[in-house]
Design a protein around this ligand. Structure first.
Ligand SMILES: C[S@@+](CC[C@H](N)C(=O)[O-])C[C@H]1O[C@@H](n2cnc3c(N)ncnc32)[C@H](O)[C@@H]1O
Length: 348
């Protein structure tokens, strides 16, 4: 899976494969252009202005208080990228935009767009960062309450789709009663696990800035009596003991290698014998050959934002095995390709 230039026109297809077309220019120009156009439209509220139905550029510009000509050219760019359709001078949302880029959609990525915009601006100029190798983990930088909210909601809306399939793939040897979701943030994975197992009480260990926003999402989902929060830094806290299941989802890519090894040891101590440890993170096959776009880019991305990286699967397995885990198994999460799910057992 890679982002790239796609065409259904057979002549253009031939041109693209012939090596004559300036592919790096097309990928960078359109890739960057598309990202900026979509993020800007989201930030300005352009998509919301069409939520009720098709609208003219004049009406859209007026409702978001922007210049009419400038708004029209942005709308036209979004038509080109299939985020909007245009007919008889009226603009309407494409189905992709309606599902993912409206505030009130269950799968809204609006908060995520704002958060990503913020993150990418924070690592500019990138050339300087690469020259110096000097980065600090954004989780431990000062952040406004709105910044934490966008982070938590952005990930939470994405997790809403994944929670059910993930919960279905967690092996348990008896009806589980206690789940510890480390770095569980928005709480949606805990909620999905509680839905699947009516016997479970879940506890989320996460940084203090995250908690109020996670609690709000859990309350919206109607699970605040079964999903509770414990503020703390997973690197310095002991995690507790006697849990049936421990989740560590999308956290390792923010940790240094020795912190990942320690996290695996803490998970082992937190589980009862026979309990299940589940790690979810970016897929990365490892080795020293070619890399997928997910693996290669996520090495860079997580380095830029936290000084860590997406870890190769053999390395993650080794941390788990060194901690004492057995029966390591790999699951595939269908709704979001590029995620690795590893389950492991604390031997009974
Ligand atoms: C990428 S998010 C993943 C959220 C959720 N588990 C998921 O998979 O969607 C990483 C989570 O780990 C939390 N986190 C990162 N570093 C942490 C630390 N040192 N202690 C506690 N929580 C931490 C973040 O606040 C955030 O909620």
């Amino acid at each position: 899976m890679k982002p790239g230039i796609v065409t259904w026109n057979p002549i253009l297809k031939l041109l693209l494969s012939s090596g004559v077309a300036p592919l790096p220019l097309m990928e960078v120009f359109w890739g960057l252009g598309q990202a900026r156009a979509v993020m800007t439209a989201t930030q300005l509220g352009l998509f919301e202005a069409m939520a009720e139905g098709p609208a003219s550029a004049e009406d859209i510009a007026a409702s978001v208080e922007c210049d009419t000509h400038a708004t029209t050219v942005l709308l036209n760019a979004l038509v080109g990228f299939d985020y909007l359709h245009r007919k008889s001078g009226l603009y309407r949302l494409s189905s992709k935009t309606r599902s993912w880029l409206l505030h009130d959609s269950k799968t809204s990525l609006v908060a995520m767009m704002g958060f990503l915009d913020d993150l990418f601006q924070g690592v500019e100029p990138m050339a300087e960062v690469i020259r110096s190798g000097d980065v600090s983990n954004f989780h431990h930088q000062p952040r406004s309450s709105e910044g934490w909210r966008d982070y938590v909601q952005g990930l939470g809306h994405l997790a809403g789709k994944l929670g059910g399939p993930v919960a279905n793939r967690v092996p348990v040897d008896r009806p589980p009663e206690r789940l510890l979701d480390v770095g569980g943030g928005h709480g949606m994975f805990s909620v999905a696990f509680c839905r699947k197992h009516p016997t479970v009480q879940a506890e989320i260990l996460d940084l203090p800035g995250v908690i109020e926003h996670g609690q709000a999402m859990v309350e919206d989902a109607g699970f605040s009596d079964r999903v509770t929060y414990r503020p703390g830094d997973l690197r310095h806290e002991e995690w507790g003991e006697g849990y049936d299941v421990v989740f560590l989802f999308n956290v390792m890519h923010n940790l240094a290698p020795e912190e990942c090894a320690l996290a695996a040891e803490k998970a082992f101590r937190a589980l009862r014998p026979g309990g299940t440890f589940v790690v979810l993170d970016s897929q990365h096959a490892g080795g020293d050959g070619n890399l997928s776009a997910v693996a290669g880019f996520n090495e860079l991305f997580f380095f830029l934002i936290s000084g860590s990286q997406a870890w190769p699967e053999p390395q993650v397995r080794k941390w788990l095995q060194d901690a004492g885990f057995a029966s390591l198994k790999r699951g595939t999460i269908v709704p979001l390709p590029g995620l690795l799910m590893l389950t492991a057992q604390r031997p009974a």
